[in-house]
Ligand binder design. Sequence first.
Ligand code: GLV
Length: 324
Amino acid sequence: MKPRILVAREVFPEVLEHLRPHFEVDDNQADVILGVDGLKRRLADKAGVMTAVSDPVNAEVIAAAPHLKAVCNFAVGYNNIDLAACTRAGIMATNTPGVLDDTTADLAWALLMATARHIQTSEHWLRAGHWKGFRMMDWLGTDVHHATLGILGMGRIGQAVARRALGFDMRVIYHNRSRLPAEKEAACRATWVDKETLLREADFLVLLLPYSPASHHIIGAAELALMKPTAHLINVARGGIVDDAALISALRQRRLSGAALDVFEGEPALNPGFLELDNVTLTPHIGSSSRATRLAMAMTAANNLIAALSGQRPPNLVNTEVWK
Ligand code: GLV
């Protein structure tokens, strides 16, 4: 008998075809959000699960899944998974690093350009019929070329964002717990600075660090107060890294020129304050959402699951201590 697995969200049909020779697959092509109760119910008889960032694999879910051996997230971030609870239960957890770096870096740039040049707000204004003709003083934006790009969190995606700055002749500064080796800094033309310098000097600050208790509200009122009033904040990492209420207050008072956000605290719920502002661009967590990349992510998660349940070490094991 093949092991039973759950694919917790809708995926491309070819991913299910890839899994079916190996497993009895319980899919969710209707894409119902299962939540804690749904996951507990559907995982009671499963050996493995493919999850998305919207699936809370917490201690309660794990306790209700006595046969579970592997949780394979189709995301690079895995803050939806209680890793310690997985490890205690001997369950392997995996993610999908690498395959989404360029696509996510592209979206960071799309948002950067959008907030710099009022793309969203001016389009909405045009569509609403307000445009009466060319005016010298309409929609004055911020130059991207020759500006200072600041990156907080300089992993693979941060470096991909930095490399793209070369074509805009930007100065690139970054802050990360550990400094990059000299050759990587040279490839990105990026200079390490302390966090306060990053906040004070960036014209565009892009956040690219994982969410954890240590990064919760790492950008709050005090940090926003250090930024230039002409600066823009771009978050394509995770909600909760930014204190959304503090950001709304800074944007409302024009203590910050603009922001562009793909992720939110408590998403998909949105702080309603964002909707009243004309200096924020909002997208619904689409950082990795190109067809090719979402397919590559799902296939990576599927291959992790196949390896994990056939006694091999999954290529993207996160809690390596469970591997004996
Ligand atoms: C998406 O948010 C991811 O972590 O891959």
